[in-house]
Write a new protein. Structure first.
Length: 437
């Protein structure tokens, strides 16, 4: 079995991450020492924002923004010298000439507006996944990042793990032969909570209008915040949008996937406001640089995918008792199953004496540190907005197929499904007055 050498692999890595490996310098990186601290502004300080803030805490945190003073209290206290804001538009406007980089950790429906504003100012940008709330937003933000030539990274932190690297190396080395079938599943059980029967007062610490941002106005309800917004179309894309970028990142990286040619969905009746508890999405990806076409199927919900039983594979529970989640690569010579922390080749009897290839992908200094280094030195990031923009587009297309009830024949160059004009309204979104991309 041939194992590619380091030079061949780095070439593959460059293609699969859709980003540069050498010879590129980001804007404003030339004059900054690798030891000099960045001036960073952070938008969204609770939830994932707290984790992202911790990831950049060794830099100079000059401004913090959050619409909920209660959720932001710990961050505000930890960085007393940082200027505090509720409206990121005001913060970026006032600090435009005082910051180098921006971290976006808001709910999904404000990812693109916040990231786009930072990029237009020429700021390096780290944004939580998914990159955007709609397919067209994802494309626009990715194109803007390329135009501004700044360091970008999406918050798929599993990409930085040793396990993900070893899985990618196994696939690219040919351990299971050419791969034309992939199954990706997330066993979480999530659905929207019902609205309150009576109108409730907005908490004094929350600026509800700013929280809504570009979304159409609706009265405050605790069924949306904190965290429950993920299961409402107005603010997010359900479990597919929440976890798809994490798990589909692995086949995108290993198989150099980019844009599907078709997408179809199977699930419950479409609810006009809330996302589905159970969903199956089937993507078809074309051949790529000598690699065969790939059929990729996504499943989410509390029921393990039937393919595990069909192929006599074990059901892995996260942490021994958590939801069943993972990725299965089906190759001509075998199968590779993985999750965030594990990987195993099947059938076990065939691979009992298998010797894995020598590691070839360099260790990550950490997902946030990789971005920080890129901001300062011009080094590449592995989840830049070009790579993660295409990943986000594919993930969100699954929901477009579900909401239209049609198999989409996808035209990525023109961001349209020629066979399904009704998909257009789900590919883009209208903003409230005062909000732009």
């Amino acid at each position: 079995m041939a194992i590619i050498n380091r030079r061949q692999f780095v070439g593959s890595l460059a293609f699969s991450t859709a980003g540069p490996v050498t010879g590129r310098t980001w804007a404003a990186a030339e004059s900054r020492s690798a030891n000099e601290r960045l001036d960073v502004a952070v938008i969204g300080c609770g939830g994932r924002g707290a984790g992202n803030l911790a990831g950049v805490a060794d830099e100079n945190i000059v401004a913090l923004c959050d619409v909920d003073q209660n959720r932001a209290a710990a961050a505000f206290a930890k960085f007393p010298r940082a200027k505090k804001y509720r409206d990121f538009r005001k913060m970026l406007g006032e600090f435009q000439h005082q910051i180098d980089a921006v971290v976006v950790s808001t709910p999904d429906h404000t990812h693109a507006p916040a990231a786009a504003m930072a990029l237009k100012m020429g700021k390096h940008c780290y944004c939580e996944k998914p990159l955007a709330h709609s397919v067209c937003e994802a494309r626009a933000v990715a194109e803007l990042a390329a135009k501004k030539n700044v360091a970008t990274q999406i918050g798929t932190q599993m990409h930085a793990t040793d396990n993900y690297r070893r899985v990618v190396e196994l696939v690219i080395s040919g351990a299971i032969g050419p791969v034309n079938e992939v199954h990706v599943w997330c066993g979480k059980d999530r659905s929207a909570k019902p609205r309150s029967e009576k109108p409730l007062a907005v908490p004094a610490t929350l600026d509800w209008d700013l929280w809504l941002g570009p979304a159409p106005f609706r009265p405050y309800d605790p069924c949306y915040v904190p965290g429950q917004w993920r299961w409402w179309w107005a603010f997010a894309n359900g479990l597919l949008g929440d976890m798809g970028c994490h798990y589909m990142d692995l086949p995108f990286w290993a198989l150099r996937l980019r844009h599907p040619t078709s997408v179809e969905a199977e699930g419950p009746a479409v609810h006009p406001e809330t996302t589905p508890r159970l969903l199956t999405i089937r993507y078809q990806f074309p051949s790529r640089d000598g690699l065969p076409p790939v059929d990729l199927t996504w499943y989410h919900g509390p029921v393990p995918p039937a393919v595990l039983k069909e192929k006599n594979l074990p059901i892995w529970k996260r942490g021994g008792s958590g939801p069943v989640s993972g990725v299965l690569f089906v190759g001509r010579e075998g199968m590779l199953m993985a999750d965030f922390n594990r990987r195993k080749l099947f059938p076990e009897s065939k691979f009992a004496d298998f010797e894995p290839p020598e590691p070839t992908i360099p260790d990550s200094p950490g997902h946030h540190q990789e971005w920080i280094t890129a901001c300062k030195t011009g080094a590449p990031t592995t989840c830049n907005f070009d790579y993660s923009g295409a990943l986000t587009e594919a993930v969100l297309l699954g929901n477009v197929a579900f909401r239209t009830g049609r198999k989409l024949q996808w035209d990525p160059a023109n961001l349209r499904a020629p066979n399904c004009p009704e998909a257009d309204k789900f590919l883009r979104r209208e903003y409230r007055d005062g909000w732009t991309l």
